[in-house]
Design a binder for this molecule. Structure first.
Ligand code: UN1
Length: 506
């Protein structure tokens, strides 16, 4: 791991020191990153002080004044080079993500692939950023809209996607002409540092002004600085609903903008017309992949009563094939949870299921005799949708099976949770699929047919409704949230006609 760290620019005793490109840190408290894979400390980084933060913001503000004038395609060219650097570093960065966060190497590499994909997307976008022209009601007048950069974008990201979430935000923000200050999770600072170094290297080669990419490290307090700071017009936050509410209130209190990507409680409906050979792998990957720590993780399966027993037994056999272990080893499907607090949350949820009267089809277990105390067995419980434990998001591989009779009832159950991120139906029946996607169907930001709830492509807008926060990141026209819209009306006539036909007569 030390070799990988040094190839990524993180050498012992420089972790967290200035890159010469806005990674400001003075020697203060250090944050130690501990791998959930084997419980070993990997390295420690310095944390950002309020004085450091002040310098970061001032440097970012200064950088913005230059960066906003670079033609967008030139900014895109820099992002293209970041994509190239990520391609070259994919194995190293994917391995670090896997070791620091605990997801399987396949998924660590997949996360870096998402970063590469968003770079490609952003490069294309840098030659678009379209505004409309609008017909004016006045003669010899032209009306149009332009999209201008906002300024500093604060990115607060979570441990479960320690690098990809930053890239969805940063790559779009940069081609849009914004500058970025990133506050990563305190649980995965090294993956963040590796990204900052990689970007800094590309920026240096392209004479990008210092301050376009900054990293601040620390606990939730550092995130609060961004949320409260009127010099940060947009804060994009990914994490728990509790954190998102705090960010939303602080940002709204100063009338700033926020993009919130918070908890999910995602369900798959398995209809009587489902093809189980598609549904089963979709459910197993969705529920057990990333050890249940994706915001898009499948937490509930709502099954037609005629298929319930069949699905239950096929799922149980599929779960028996799951290999839990060191995520860096080939063939391992499920790595550890992020830390022991997550294991306690898993145990507490299991306890709540039992007290509510739930039974387990696949038994839960905290695994002893593993290199760390963070390994648990993915489990499946028969449950009822209204139970408090089912209504909440537990970031662990616990799947709830729920039975239905009519599709309308299944859709109501699917929607009857506070969160609204991702949802799916497995059916070969056109009417069912279309009803699910209709206004009377799923209330989520993502609704899929014959695909699971997790593993969204970057080309679509990513995010959800209700307690998920309403924000959209990544593809489609999510870029618009990173810019300000300006409506321009130009008069090229020799008169000054007023709108709405008003005669002012002076
Ligand atoms: C998250 O868990 O915060 O759709 C994001 C997915 C991934 C993103 C998950 N592309 O599962």
């Amino acid at each position: 791991m030390q070799t990988i760290l040094s190839r990524l620019g993180i050498v012992s005793d420089n972790a967290g020191t200035s890159t010469g490109l806005s990674c400001w840190h003075s020697e203060t408290k250090r944050l130690t990153s501990v791998s959930p894979v084997d419980g070993q400390p990997i390295a420690s980084v310095t944390t950002t002080t309020p004085e450091d933060y002040e310098r970061v913001v001032q440097t970012a503000e200064k950088a913005f004044r230059t960066w906003r004038n670079w033609p967008a395609p030139r900014r895109g060219e820099v992002v293209r080079q970041i994509g190239e650097a990520l391609r070259a570093r994919k194995t190293d960065l994917g391995t670090l993500v896997s070791y620091e966060m605990g997801k399987s190497l396949q998924e660590g590499l997949g996360e870096v692939q998402e970063m590469i994909d968003i770079c490609d997307f952003a490069v294309g976008l840098s030659r678009q950023l379209y505004g409309l022209t609008i017909a004016s009601e006045r003669p010899a007048h032209r009306m149009m809209e332009q999209w201008h950069p906002l300024g500093i974008v604060g990115v607060i990201s979570a441990f479960n996607f320690p690098v990809a979430v930053w890239s969805w935000n940063a790559m779009l923000a940069w081609v849009c002409g914004d500058v970025v200050i990133w506050k990563p999770s305190e649980k995965t600072p090294l993956s963040a540092l590796a990204c900052q170094y990689l970007a800094a290297d590309v920026f240096k080669r392209n004479d990008v002004p210092e301050g376009v990419s900054s990293l601040i490290t620390g606990t939730a307090e550092a995130g609060q600085w961004l949320s409260a700071d009127p010099r940060v017009p947009l804060v994009s936050a990914t994490g728990s609903t509790r954190m998102g509410k705090a960010v939303a209130q602080a940002v709204a209190g100063r009338l700033g903008k926020s993009i919130l990507e918070l908890g999910g409680n995602n369900a798959i409906i398995v209809s009587e017309h489902a093809d189980l050979s598609l549904a089963i792998p979709g459910i197993v990957f969705g529920a057990a992949g990333t050890a249940g720590q994706r915001c898009t993780t499948t937490r509930r399966v709502i099954v037609h009563h005629s298929r319930y027993e069949e699905l239950k037994s096929v799922l149980a056999s599929a779960y028996a094939q799951l290999r839990v272990g060191n995520p860096l080893e080939e063939g391992v499907h499920v790595g550890p949870l992020i830390d022991e607090a997550a294991v306690s949350a898993y145990e507490a949820a299991v306890q709540q299921v039992r007290s509510a009267g739930g039974t387990f089809v696949v038994e839960p277990e905290v695994l002893r005799d593993y290199p760390s105390a963070c390994y648990v067995r993915p489990c499946i419980a028969e449950a009822e949708n209204h139970w408090p434990v089912v209504q909440q998001e537990t970031f662990a591989p616990i799947l709830y099976l729920i039975r239905y009779t009519a599709l309308e009832e299944a859709i109501d159950l699917q929607n009857a949770v506070p969160q609204g991120l991702s949802s799916s139906i497995f059916t070969h029946h056109l009417r069912e699929a279309e009803l699910f996607l209709s206004a009377a169907g799923s209330d989520c930001g993502i609704a899929n047919v014959n695909i699971g709830t997790s593993g969204a492509e970057i080309g679509g807008a990513f995010g959800g409704e209700k307690e998920t926060g309403g924000g959209r990141e990544s593809g489609s026209d999510a870029w618009k949230a990173y810019m300000r819209r300006q409506t321009n009306t130009v008069n090229y006539s020799t008169q000054l006609p007023l709108a709405q036909g008003i005669q002012f007569g002076v």
